[in-house]
Design a protein around this ligand. Structure first.
Ligand code: NI
Length: 188
């Protein structure tokens, strides 16, 4: 074989191997998991909510548009459920802005969307660990001249099944029927 063909053969093999190893090191899909964070009413431990469907959203109260839209979708789902069904569902917002979102501020914010919605926060490390387990991401942006700042974040609503397992992540623009179908499907 002329040297050039050797090189080509080598490159082809190297590419194939790279493809293989890439697949092998791909991290497993996030599984979610129980967490304990702080609400205005005391610690919220998802283990105590076994048997309920949890709609979990990572956001922050200063968010100008995306959070309100997502949380309104969650609240609408609660409103569409029967009273009996609603007793088995919780809407939880995990703050990705612990510096500004105190438990009290989260309580006020949550009440604006639904009386049964709960906002929780924790230390930056605690929140990072919870977000990581769900595969949620967020990134604080540099402060503006007036000191305010935005926090970019994942826009999915994570649905935890009554057995505590992450069932599905609903996309931001999923239709209301999709939310309802998902929750009712897990309550059966
Ligand atoms: Ni937001």
């Amino acid at each position: 074989m002329p040297p050039l063909r050797h090189l080509l053969a080598f490159l082809l093999i190297a590419t194939a191997l790279a493809g293989c190893s890439e697949q092998r090191v791909e991290p497993p899909a996030p599984k979610g998991g129980d967490f304990v964070l702080r609400s205005a009413g005391g610690p919220l431990d998802t283990k105590t909510l076994r048997g309920k469907v949890l709609l979990i959203y990572f956001g922050y109260t200063h968010c100008p548009d995306v959070c309100p839209a997502s949380l309104a979708a969650g609240a609408q789902t609660l409103n569409t459920l029967t009273t009996e069904e609603r007793a088995k569902v919780r809407l939880i917002m995990v703050s990705v802005d612990p510096e500004r979102d105190t438990p009290e501020r989260l309580k006020e914010y949550a009440a604006y969307f639904h009386p049964e919605m709960v906002g929780v926060t924790g230390t930056p490390e605690e929140i990072a660990a919870v977000a990581k387990s769900f595969g949620a991401g967020y990134l604080r942006q540099p402060a503006r001249p007036d000191g305010s700042y935005a926090v970019d974040h994942t826009t999915r609503t994570y649905v935890m099944a009554p057995d505590g397992k992450l069932a599905v992540a609903l996309e931001l623009n999923a239709p209301a029927e999709k939310y309802l179908e998902t929750v009712r499907g897990l309550l059966r």
